[in-house]
Design a binder for this molecule. Structure first.
Ligand code: UTP
Length: 296
């Protein structure tokens, strides 16, 4: 029996420079895909997987995230008075159980590893999940729930993984695989953003992790890695040997909403999933693909 995963950390302290000027005053994690902020997709995924406590690692200018997961009394009263029950239900979905959400602040964006380290006192000595809201996964069973299924069997550290083209390994954390059954790969190492020529595999880590608290001991060293940032992958890599490490090829499609094309693709894919939008959206897509062919 492996210790249960009850807490999830959401690092939201990054600057989101790829989305400037949109992210000058709006956190990247509050950008909507169709009509829901990225962070809400991630939090709903965690709740659907049975996570009980949410920990946000925020930063300067991120207070709208706190407000989003709270009551907005005037709006709720107005919706009630106008009989807008459906909209009222929609906003009620954002409310956590009182006391089941906490915030800590990363005082400088020193890297993902540093953001996770900032949550060490709130996590304590137990396994925890980390979800990056800018990796949005469209799947039947939520990605974190798939990972927890595997965790129940294997324990240790589990990351969500997917194969990427070899010429893109320098954008990702890459697993050095020792065994691989096509679904679950065990890793003997991890490399952050390796050059395609020397990458140990093409199996990349996406923004979903289940981690044992040992990672905090490594993060305590505050060592910087690629890009001068404190990297989570480096700290995880150093626990391999002491902690089993597996990558799960999850079922579903991941959208890198930290990039503009990934974000636009997510809006199309999640829009097409919505009954009330799908037909109109298809028409628009047809229009533009015809336009590009005839204009070529
Ligand atoms: P990114 O690598 O996408 O960085 O972070 P970023 O700053 O958000 O965006 P760009 O590259 O400047 O456009 C991945 C996730 O890790 C969090 C981000 O908020 C995002 O959810 N993060 C990153 C932190 O919380 N703190 C950091 O120091 C860095």
């Amino acid at each position: 029996m492996h210790n249960p995963v009850r807490k999830a950390v959401f690092p939201v302290g990054g600057l989101g420079t790829r989305f400037l000027p949109a992210t000058k005053v709006i956190p990247k994690e509050m950008l909507p895909v169709v009509d829901k902020p990225l962070i809400q997709y991630a939090v709903e995924e965690a709740w659907a997987a049975g996570i009980e406590e949410i920990i946000f690692v925020t930063g300067r200018g991120k207070s709208s995230i706190e407000d989003h997961f709270d009551h907005v009394w005037e709006l709720e009263d107005t919706l009630k008075a106008r009989g807008k029950d459906e909209q009222l239900q929609e906003i009620e979905k954002t409310l956590p159980t009182p006391g089941a959400i906490s915030y800590t602040r990363q005082q400088e964006p020193a890297g993902l590893g540093h953001a996770v380290w900032c949550a060490r006192n709130l996590v304590g000595n137990e396994p925890f999940a980390v979800l990056l809201a800018d990796d949005l996964v469209q799947s039947e069973r939520p990605c974190l729930a798939q990972m927890l299924d595997v965790y129940k069997e294997l324990g240790g550290n589990i990351v969500a993984a997917e194969d990427v083209p070899r010429d893109q390994t320098d954008k990702y954390g890459i697993l050095d695989v020792s065994e691989d059954d096509g679904r679950i790969a065990s890793a003997k190492g991890l490399v952050e953003k390796p050059d395609p020529a020397v990458a140990p595999s093409t199996l990349s880590i996406i923004g979903r992790y289940i981690l044992q608290p040992e990672v905090f001991t490594e993060l305590d060293r505050q060592e910087t890695g690629a890009g001068g940032e404190i990297q989570l992958t480096d700290a995880m890599a150093r626990t391999i040997g002491a902690v089993p490490f597996h990558g799960l090829r999850f079922e579903g499609t991941r959208f890198d909403c930290g990039s503009k094309t990934g974000f636009l693709a997510a809006n199309i894919a999640f829009g097409l999933e919505r009954e009330e939008l799908a037909a109109d959206l298809r028409q628009i897509l047809n229009h533009y693909s015809v336009g590009s062919v005839s204009g070529a």
